[in-house]
Design a protein around this ligand. Structure first.
Ligand code: FES
Length: 359
């Protein structure tokens, strides 16, 4: 792998996440226990890159490290390892051109010529700041080779002509719809499907009677090959068939109802319990709970299963409250007793339970 260094000049001295990114950050942090939040380093770097015009400056990486309480070097290691993180400024539309074997055999080298001509050498940015490009390894769309990724979207089955047209439009500020650039649906054959067209493949009638498929042709007459009666196939419960198409119905838990929101209270400053003494609640989750009006162990101890669903849905971490047993912990703490975890918090041994500025 090529050595990748970051551009120390172009990034300035500071970086801040956009305010509208904060809920997404909270979502990702909520997926991990408070003391394992560094597990969110890749999505956090990805969000920082998005908020920094498509590349990671050194201050952006430091901000991610500070948020995750990680040593800076650990974040630099991740950012410099994965080529999805760009370490120097890129154009408004950054083109990642796949040059791996299937795309190369289908004409990727001709597409590279187009990029060289229209943009310049890899990682250079056009004077108007609109375009830049680089060659990358397989992007997993080999069935639609050759292809490029432009920002977040794939442009597939390209020719030098179609790529030239795309780049021209982007440079002129026009939008270009992603997807395939030949007459096919996704990765289906050009011109439409050619096989698996019969309706009885999907309505269950083909399976009304099945015979054992592997019996030898000269099997003795007695006992006769068994015909296996298979009840007429009912539509699988997780699919539905409409207009000749079978679609998957996703399992989904009904959304919690508004009335399942737990009871909230207002408390005077200093009256609130230290919710971080519950394993699984760190400063971020505590703040979110306080903003909801949850300040006391006794409130959490009284949550019903519906309340738990509501809070997990609100904080985007399904199953976590039960997994971490918040309610049992809260019941113990609300009586003035301690848990093994709360003892460690009280002794200052749990880094992730300390407030910013704590020792
Ligand atoms: S080889 Fe180009 S997408 Fe896989």
């Amino acid at each position: 792998m090529a050595l990748r260094r970051f551009d120390l000049e172009a990034g300035g001295d500071s970086f801040a996440f956009k305010p509208e990114t904060e809920p997404t950050i909270a979502f990702w942090l909520g997926k991990y226990p408070e003391d394992k939040k560094r597990s969110a380093v890749i999505p956090m770097l990805w969000l920082a890159q998005k908020d920094n015009e498509g590349w990671l400056s050194e201050p952006a990486m430091r901000e991610v490290a500070d948020r995750l309480e990680m040593p800076y070097i650990r974040v630099y290691e991740v950012a410099t390892f994965y080529t999805m993180f760009r370490l120097q400024p890129v154009g408004k539309h950054h083109i990642q051109l796949c040059g791996t074997t299937p795309c190369m055999l289908r004409g990727a080298n001709d597409l590279k010529e187009v990029c060289h001509k229209a943009i310049g050498k890899p990682m250079s940015v056009t004077d108007d700041g609109r375009l830049s490009w680089e060659e990358v390894e397989c992007l997993g769309a080999c069935a639609n080779a050759p292809m490029v990724q432009i920002n977040d979207y794939y442009y597939e089955d390209l020719t030098p002509e179609s790529l030239t047209e795309i780049l021209g439009k982007l440079q002129n500020g026009a939008e270009v719809k992603p997807g395939t650039f030949v007459d096919r649906l996704n990765s289906a054959p050009e011109g439409g499907a050619t096989s698996l067209l019969e309706d009885d493949l999907y309505d269950g009638s083909r399976n009304a009677i099945s015979e054992l498929p592997n019996l030898p042709k000269d099997a003795p007459a007695d006992p006769a090959p068994q015909a296996i009666a298979v009840p007429k196939a009912a539509a699988p419960t997780n699919t539905k068939r409409e207009d000749g198409k079978t679609t998957l119905i996703k399992d989904s838990k009904p959304a919690p109802k508004a009335e399942d929101k737990p009871e909230t209270v207002e408390v005077a400053a200093g009256e609130e319990d230290d919710l971080k003494r519950i394993k699984g609640i760190g400063p971020v989750n505590e703040k979110a709970l306080n903003e909801l009006g949850i300040y006391k162990f006794s409130q959490i101890a009284a949550w019903t299963p519906a309340n738990v669903d509501w809070v997990e849905d609100f904080m985007s971490f399904p199953g976590r409250i039960e997994r971490e047993d918040w309610i049992a912990q809260a019941k113990t703490l609300s009586t003035g007793d301690e848990t093994e975890f709360s003892k460690r918090v009280d002794a200052g041994e749990v880094e992730s339970s300390k407030e910013e500025g704590d020792d």
